[in-house]
Design a binder for this molecule. Structure first.
Ligand SMILES: Nc1ncnc2c1ncn2[C@@H]1O[C@H](COP(=O)(O)OP(=O)(O)OP(=O)(O)O)[C@@H](O)[C@H]1O
Ligand SMILES: [Mg+2]
Length: 250
């Protein structure tokens, strides 16, 4: 369980403090996915950085399974917007990186690695470098790296936004399939309403400046691989769009 109580974050710059998040309260259950959607600048990435232990100066309580966030003690998978691959490492080297940094060795991950690369459609590409991969393939390597770590929490900052619409839908489907086998607690930041409805068990609308939680929605359509073909999916997207518009214009 991820617990945020009265989380406020300010950035200090030029002698002034800019308040990025104010009084955020959330409880995200273990083994579920949560999609955070909100306008540009409302503090989504800030929130993820707090959960990743990158931002440590904040007010309020932030806990993962009842303990403060400490990346050296917990396994935190973080996928930044640019995938975070090292250009001088191969697909296999990049995929192993999280485990290597965490444990300093690579023992015990061989079988998982092969299985994961197969699930993510990366077999045969192990020796290529990121510069020799398409955007979608690079994205899948970053997913392999995170799942291989078997993280306590997986944090994804607009992970699919740089991909074209068709590739994005394909990779979202692959992600959902692999995610179901691992059921990692996942927080996904997105600008896309469809992505929130496809991948978020819980959908959180952030709004305002400083950002705060304006709505929490339980999403019954999560987990259906072919959800996008169903009229309910379309209805849910419309409903969410309407809520977001109302919130953002308020
Ligand atoms: N290092 C920083 N110093 C000062 N202000 C910052 C810093 N990082 C972010 N901010 C400000 O904090 C606010 C929230 O930023 P953040 O990156 O969390 O927004 P976001 O919701 O992720 O936006 P986007 O959707 O555009 O990625 C913004 O107004 C931003 O300008
Ligand atoms: Mg951001």
């Amino acid at each position: 369980m991820i617990t945020l109580q009265n989380l406020s974050v300010g950035y200090r710059s030029g002698g002034e403090t800019f308040q990025a998040l104010a009084q955020v309260n959330l409880e995200l259950p273990t083994g579920k996915t949560c999609a955070i959607i909100g306008p540009s600048g409302c503090g989504k990435s800030t929130l993820l950085k707090v959960l990743a232990g990158i931002i440590t100066e904040y007010e309020g309580l932030v806990e993962l399974d009842g303990k403060p966030i400490r990346p050296e003690c917990q396994k935190i998978g973080f996928i930044p917007q640019n995938y975070g691959l090292l250009p001088w490492k191969t697909v296999a080297g990049n995929a192993r990186l999280g485990v290597k940094i965490k444990y300093g060795c690579l023992s015990g991950e061989g079988e998982n690695m092969e299985q994961l690369l197969a699930q993510l459609g990366l077999l045969g590409l192990e020796n290529r470098y990121p510069g020799e991969l398409s955007g979608g393939q690079q994205q899948r390597v970053s997913l392999a790296r995170s799942f291989l770590l078997q993280p306590d929490v997986l944090l994804m900052d607009e992970p699919f936004s740089a991909l074209d619409a068709m590739t994005r839908e394909d990779i979202q489907k692959v992600f959902l399939r692999v995610w179901k086998q691992h059921a990692v607690s996942t927080v996904l930041v997105t600008h896309h309403v469809e992505e929130a409805v496809y991948l978020g068990q819980q959908i959180i609308i952030l709004s305002g400046c400083p950002g705060t939680v304006s709505k929490i929605i339980d999403n019954p359509l999560f987990g259906l691989e072919e959800a996008r073909d169903q009229p309910e999916f379309f209805q849910m997207c419309l409903k969410l769009r309407k809520m977001i518009k109302e919130d953002w214009s308020a």
